[in-house]
Design a protein around this ligand. Structure first.
Ligand code: GDP
Ligand code: MG
Length: 455
């Protein structure tokens, strides 16, 4: 999978200070493949890679990041931005601030999920989940109507859906034109003081002129505040053409992507967003009426690249944790190798490097984390530096064989570090404690040890 592939590339990219054409090439190739596998349309992939390249090249690799991690950071950021992350959270809100009834027009191919989404939205609004500027605006009085006169079953389907979500349904007469139905519904909604009118429409299996003309005339007549393009996530590459046709015919205000509960990688979201320039507002995550969620650009970005693990890896690295070191150390503990003062010092250096104790503790095996936590608690950075000073005053041999440390050596070390001998002793005690725990762990006395630590 992509995470594994990228991890491999990331490892080969160690030790370079800048992102360059050559050190990003292989990585970008993997990203490109991943996007294509996720069904993002080729032109969109090309644009995206070009954009990432432009942002990345020449960028300095900061802190303990290696170039691979830095590039993943750029990719993730750009992908999230392209998904609409730079529009802010409110981009996914419906804008219903209109003279009531606020009309929502549903557009899309047949089978995309318009009728289902009409029901879900009606429920969402009448349950009071609608927000404006992040604030809930209360329960809405919602009316739904079907302008799908070509399939009588379509009208019945909406009726059933409306009953299920306990929202008012206005019956429509299939002998009327869609325009007449829309006019009648608008009038009815006005007279009965509905907050919102959702108009479900017919779809065709493919894009055709007549259907586009029809939905355009519904648009002109209804003057909707929201014109939502409903698209099936499984649509893949085709989504681009469909989205383009709808965006050309109608001033869309947003996109709803359905069937994300399937195994679609969500690449269509990127394509549709790219082509329409409109925000994705909701995603459908089940056929049930509560299967509707506001769109989260970041989640979608991670889904498309399947890179959740990598991203958190980068985030951690950005907090200046050297993952490789931490893992090496964790492995050492697990393997039950001897834990000497050199290891102790390495560990302290790590603790110092990271600003945030909590996250390293999570990275370490629980047992060790508890011990490290003890070591840390109530100790200021100053103390950490002193401890390190003591360790640095030892010879590597002394650190490898702490049992060498008799009184005269301790005095020499204390003098070298500029601390009283008691501090050297205290450090050795801490070390003994930890080494003891390591041994216990090796013997499998974990339960006993956890008890001893009050865990
Ligand atoms: P329409 O022709 O655009 O009105 O599409 P429908 O609303 O009739 O949906 C077509 C099919 O897709 C139906 O079987 C729905 O149950 C199903 N469907 C719609 N949205 C979702 C979704 O988010 N997840 C799943 N699993 N199925 C969905
Ligand atoms: Mg329908």
């Amino acid at each position: 999978n992509l995470t594994q592939r990228l991890s491999r590339v990331v490892k080969t990219m160690r030790g370079e200070a800048r992102l360059t054409e050559s050190n990003t090439q292989q990585m970008l190739r993997e990203v490109r493949m991943a996007l294509l596998e996720a069904d993002v349309a080729l032109p969109v992939v090309r644009d995206f890679i070009a954009r990432v390249k432009e942002r990345a090249l020449g960028q300095e690799v900061v802190g303990s990041l290696n170039p691979g991690q830095a590039l993943v950071g750029v990719v993730h950021k750009e992908l999230t931005a392209l998904m609409g992350g730079d529009l802010g959270a409110e981009a996914s809100e419906l804008s219903l601030a209109a003279q009531p009834p606020a009309v929502i027009l549903m557009a899309g191919l047949q089978g995309a999920g318009k009728t289902t989404t009409t029901g879900k939205l009606a429920k969402w609004l009448s349950d009071g989940h609608h927000t404006q500027g992040g604030r809930k605006t209360g329960k809405k009085k919602v009316l739904v109507v079907s302008a799908d006169v070509y399939r009588p079953a379509a009208i019945d389907q909406l009726k059933a859906v409306a009953a299920q979500v306990k929202v008012d349904f206005l019956p429509s007469d299939p002998s009327q034109t869609p325009e007449d139905i829309a006019r009648g519904a608008l009038d009815h909604a006005r007279r009965h003081f509905y907050d919102v009118l959702i108009v479900d429409t017919a779809g065709r299996l493919g894009i055709d002129e007549a259907m586009m003309r029809e939905i355009r005339s519904l648009y002109d007549l209804l003057n909707p505040v929201e014109t939502l393009f409903v698209v099936d996530a499984m649509q893949g590459q085709d989504a681009v053409n469909v989205a383009k046709a709808f965006a050309d015919a109608l001033p869309l205000t947003g996109v709803v992507m359905t069937k994300l509960d399937g195994d679609a990688r969500g690449g269509a979201a990127l394509s549709v967003r790219h082509v329409t320039g409109k925000p994705l507002k909701f995603v459908g995550v089940s056929e049930k009426m509560d299967g509707l969620e506001p769109f989260h650009p970041e989640r979608m970005a991670q889904r498309v690249l399947g890179m959740g693990d990598i991203v958190s890896l980068v985030e951690q690295a950005q907090r200046n944790i050297d993952i490789a070191e931490a893992e090496k150390f964790a492995k050492k503990i697990k393997s039950g190798d001897k834990f000497d003062l050199n290891d102790f010092r390495d560990q302290l250096q790590q603790v110092k490097k990271m600003g945030d104790m909590g996250s390293l503790l999570q990275k370490l095996p629980a047992q060790f984390a508890a011990a490290a936590g003890q070591l840390q608690s109530g100790q200021a950075e100053k103390q950490l530096r002193r401890t390190e000073g003591i360790l640095n005053s030892m010879t590597p041999q002394e650190r490898a064989k702490p049992e060498l440390l008799k009184a005269s050596r301790k005095r020499r070390i204390a003098a070298g570090a500029g601390v009283p001998v008691q501090e050297v002793n205290r450090l050795l005690n801490q070390y003994q404690q930890m080494a003891g725990m390591m041994k216990q762990m090796k013997k499998g006395g974990m339960a006993k040890m956890m008890r001893a630590m009050g865990g």
